[in-house]
Write a protein that binds this ligand. Structure first.
Ligand code: HEM
Length: 168
């Protein structure tokens, strides 16, 4: 565990150091790390933002974005393999909008309605975070017949919400 932690720490330190060198250049297109560096040394509410906070945010973003995307793509492909008719429809839609010689461009996503449906249905049947992440109520509240006092730990069963029959 410790060597892995050090490896990540060194990697993020390198990213931060490289960005610091170019951070103030006028012609630089600002990226996510630049935005975080803008908070360095400032006091955000009661917290002071330093390099270790930036490293922690980068690690959070990396973990939150990689495994989730990989799992969602693997589930989509596995469902498409099990449903050849849907795979064919999707391929036809992609071929007509994008063709077969290049990857999908962001500006084309609006036209790929069937792809949108495939992704949404995949995430409905196989939510990557079935219980989301734990939340906390900011004040006393009622959810239907249940009273939740301020600062209660709230776990949301997104898996069941996306299968309405399970809620009957
Ligand atoms: C298919 C891809 C993804 C799925 C299925 C997914 C799913 C989720 C879920 C279920 C949550 C918890 C939401 C909650 O409990 O309120 C979450 C939170 C989060 N995700 Fe993703 N995510 C994906 C991609 C990404 C990517 C690409 C990024 C960053 C580039 C990202 C960054 C985050 C962050 C920072 C949070 C915490 C938000 C907060 O503090 O409220 N996720 N994601």
């Amino acid at each position: 565990m410790k060597p892995t932690g050090k490896m990540f720490d060194d990697f993020f330190k390198k990213v931060i150091d490289e960005n610091m060198q170019t951070h103030n250049k006028e012609d630089k297109v600002k990226d996510f790390v630049d935005v975080l560096l803008g908070f360095l040394g400032t006091e955000e509410s009661d917290y002071r933002v330093d390099c270790s906070n930036i490293k922690a945010i980068l690690l959070d973003m990396m973990l939150a974005s990689t495994d989730t995307s990989v799992a969602a793509i693997e589930w989509a492909l596995s469902e498409l393999i099990k449903h050849p008719r849907v795979m064919k429809n999707l391929q036809m839609g992609l071929e007509s909008v994008v063709g077969i010689k290049r990857v999908v461009g962001e500006s084309e996503l609006d036209k790929l309605e069937y792809l949108d449906m495939v992704i949404k249905e995949t995430m409905r049947i196989h939510p990557v975070g079935p219980l989301l992440i734990p939340h906390q109520s900011m004040e006393d509240c009622n959810v239907r017949d249940f009273f939740k006092s301020k600062k209660s730990r709230i776990i949301i069963n997104a898996w069941a919400i996306m299968r309405p029959k399970c809620l009957d």
